[in-house]
Design a protein around this ligand. Structure first.
Ligand SMILES: NC(=O)c1ccc[n+]([C@@H]2O[C@H](COP(=O)([O-])OP(=O)(O)OC[C@H]3O[C@@H](n4cnc5c(N)ncnc54)[C@H](O)[C@@H]3O)[C@@H](O)[C@H]2O)c1
Ligand SMILES: [Zn+2]
Length: 362
């Protein structure tokens, strides 16, 4: 099983560990047995991930004495909705989970978000454990306790803050992940480097081949560092009243691109990649960061094969109006997370619409 790394998310009585290892799915039952949960455990997943990793997880839970069943949601962001959350809740009731029961989210961010949402609602809150199987989920969505489902009126609009009891990451699961999904997670890791840690950024720049080749020690290091950064930010500002906003670097523009293209043309990380390049340029145009840093950010993003420019057919006016409607916009004032240098950012308020439009159109 090899070495396991641990990061603790410090949130007083809601603190929890993120354990990062390789080929560790078969050990999850023993670890869960230490918590004293009720015997019946639900594994929430989708057919793709259950087919790949369900057997290992279910066997491990059974060997540890749990009576477990799986509840499936079809594969896709479009199923992260109220209807499927209701379906999961019904299955938890039918299988008589009680207040001390635990549900396990086995999958990417979609499964993690909907499972956490259900765990927070069922009997006013039961235990849940994240077993993230995409890189994005391992470095981002499984950490920090944001749960939720989509509504036709907006993505992630219905949700709760609810922390898991444990995050159990097996980097071995990345071996089956499609390349585009891997890159989408890498975009978030680049984000952590730019906002918080110049050394992590250096590793991303120098170790590209090892990272893309899923070299176990390098990939474990970048995942661990990402989790540490997110954990540090979240423990200082769990409910996003201030600092947590730095995690939205690249996301203001990225979300607008996703909305404008109907969430079908680009993966989240691809849209964020474009957003990070543009925000870096905006920062240098506003004199906040030297242009050479913006070039370096763009070149690392591009080196991974992530997009660095907006698609030609995207309408700048439309994007600007989407940005001003973003749920992160406070009292009509556009806020941007802008890098000052690699490894640190500022929250910049009141960006001039004309400058923003010019950057988007050139
Ligand atoms: N809660 C948060 O803080 C937070 C943060 C970021 C994103 N999110 C949410 O996360 C979601 C996106 O997550 P995602 O990028 O993981 O997408 P996803 O969950 O849809 O997974 C992507 C695809 O990969 C497949 N897959 C998962 N693991 C696999 C594996 N090991 N091998 C092969 N295929 C595998 C999935 O079945 C799916 O088809 C969005 O809904 C987003 O809103 C939440
Ligand atoms: Zn993101």
């Amino acid at each position: 099983m090899g070495l396991m790394e641990k990061v603790t998310v410090e949130l007083e009585d809601r603190s929890y560990d993120i354990v990062i290892g390789s080929r560790t799915l078969s050990a999850i039952g023993d670890r869960m047995a230490q918590f004293g949960f009720s015997p019946t455990v639900a594994v929430i997943s989708n057919p793709t991930v259950l087919g790949l990793y369900g057997e290992d997880v279910v066997r491990s839970l059974s060997d540890a004495g749990f009576n477990c069943f799986s509840s499936l949601v079809p594969d896709g962001e479009e199923y992260k909705d109220y209807y499927w959350a209701y379906h999961i809740l019904t299955e938890l009731l039918r299988n008589r989970l009680d207040r001390n029961s635990c549900v396990v989210a086995l999958g990417g961010g979609v499964i993690g978000d909907i499972t956490g949402f259900c765990a927070s609602l069922y009997m006013r809150g039961i235990h849940f454990i994240q077993v993230p199987t995409t890189l994005l989920a391992q470095v981002d969505s499984s950490v920090g306790g944001k749960t939720g489902v989509n509504h036709p009126a907006g993505k992630n609009m219905i949700g709760t803050f609810y922390q898991p009891r444990l995050v159990w990451t097996d980097v071995g699961t990345l071996a089956t992940l499609p390349r585009s999904e891997l890159l989408s997670g890498i975009a978030e890791i680049i984000k952590y480097g730019v906002i918080w840690d110049a050394d992590l950024f250096d590793v991303l720049e120098k170790e590209r081949e090892a990272i893309l080749g899923l070299d176990r020690s390098v990939i474990s290091y970048v995942i661990k560092r990402s989790c540490q950064i997110k954990a540090e930010v979240v423990s200082k500002d769990e409910r996003e009243s201030g600092l947590r906003a730095v995690l939205n670097y690249g996301h203001t523009i990225g979300h607008a691109v996703e909305t404008e293209t109907g969430y079908s043309k680009y993966l989240h990380g691809e849209a964020v990649a474009m957003g990070m390049c543009l925000a870096a340029r905006l920062s240098s145009e506003l004199g906040i960061m030297e242009g050479s840093h913006a070039d370096r950010i763009k070149s690392v993003i591009g080196a991974y094969g992530l997009p660095v420019e907006l698609p030609k057919d995207v309408n700048g006016d439309k994007l600007v109006s989407l940005i001003s409607m973003d749920k992160k916009t406070v009292a009509g004032e556009m806020r941007f997370i802008l890098p000052k240098a690699i490894g640190s950012v500022v929250i910049h308020k009141g960006v001039d619409v004309k400058i923003l439009k010019r950057i988007m159109e050139t």
